[in-house]
Design a protein around this ligand. Structure first.
Ligand SMILES: NC(=O)c1ccc[n+]([C@@H]2O[C@H](COP(=O)([O-])OP(=O)(O)OC[C@H]3O[C@@H](n4cnc5c(N)ncnc54)[C@H](O)[C@@H]3O)[C@@H](O)[C@H]2O)c1
Length: 253
């Protein structure tokens, strides 16, 4: 799908990897609806990017709010051709720690936002996409999800986060199979360590230690590098049902 013909909703689009992807889509001539809970950053970004961007405050887990955001996208740009799922949260809590077992509510919250939120947005987006006119490749839409390398080599304290991201990786193939007859592709990015507000909050020594972990190059990833892969997943009509690690060869210890 050509980027300049893309109308994307980008969840988590107000910050970090999502923000970089919104910028990349718009720089290539596409349009984007930023879906996020952070109203201040979302509105500021949409204002900065002009009339190819709108901001819609919505919780990815909330059916009505996501439906309203998609309605706003279609009202502004006429259609919805790509759903790019970046909204997510990360926690570090052990299954059993000094304060007792992992609080169940917190576990459920991570699964809700990272996994069920991704599924909620994708299922509702696919319904909109089936109304599009097919392009020359027969495509009606494309879905890009975000897992993490923690889906495969999760560390201590990541039983919730790792499981949520393994769920996102695991839904990629069945969802691609479900949506193939509708002309919708589904792919997932599994990022390594990227310098976003999530990691920038860590002390400098911690950032430095993390930046030594990739094989090569020995640095944290740049959000623009994820944005390029997200855009490639939108553009490349032959890429489907794939989970791609983008991580400088890192394997978390
Ligand atoms: N930064 C990394 O190194 C890294 C590594 C692997 C995976 N990831 C994944 O990439 C995605 C983006 O991460 P980031 O580093 O850009 O984080 P970030 O915190 O900068 O951005 C996440 C955005 O998601 C939004 N959000 C959170 N819950 C939401 C909800 N329920 N509904 C709508 N919006 C919600 C937040 O407001 C925020 O703007 C996440 O899914 C994260 O797990 C990040």
């Amino acid at each position: 799908m050509k980027l300049n013909e893309t109308v994307a909703i980008v969840t988590g689009g107000a910050s970090g990897l999502g923000e970089a992807t919104v910028r990349e889509i718009i720089a290539a001539g596409g349009k984007a609806a930023i879906i996020d809970l952070n109203e201040e950053q979302g509105n500021a970004l949409a204002d900065e990017l002009g009339d190819h961007a709108i901001f819609c405050k919505a919780d990815v887990c909330n059916e009505q709010q996501v439906t309203d955001a998609m309605d706003a996208c279609v009202a502004s740009f006429g259609r919805l051709t790509a759903a790019v799922n970046f909204a997510g949260i990360a926690i570090a809590v052990k299954t059993l720690g000094k304060d007792g077992p992992h609080p169940l509510k917190l576990y459920q919250k991570v699964i809700d936002i990272n996994l069920i939120g991704t599924f909620n947005v994708s299922r509702l987006a696919s319904e909109r996409m089936q109304k599009n006119t097919a392009n020359e490749d027969g495509e009606l839409g494309v879905i890009v999800n975000t897992a993490s390398v923690a889906a495969f080599d999760g560390q201590k304290g990541q039983s919730a986060y790792g499981a949520s991201k393994a769920g996102v990786a695991g839904l990629t193939l069945p969802m691609a199979r479900d949506l193939a007859s509708y002309g919708v592709r589904v792919n997932t990015i599994a990022p390594g360590l990227f310098l976003t507000p999530m990691l920038a909050a860590l002390p400098e020594e911690a950032q430095e230690a993390l930046s030594k972990q990739p094989l090569f190059p020995k640095r944290l990833g740049k959000p623009a590098e994820i944005a390029k892969l997200a855009c490639f997943m939108i553009e490349c009509a032959y890429l489907n049902a794939e989970v791609i690690r983008l991580d400088g060869g890192i394997r978390l210890p």
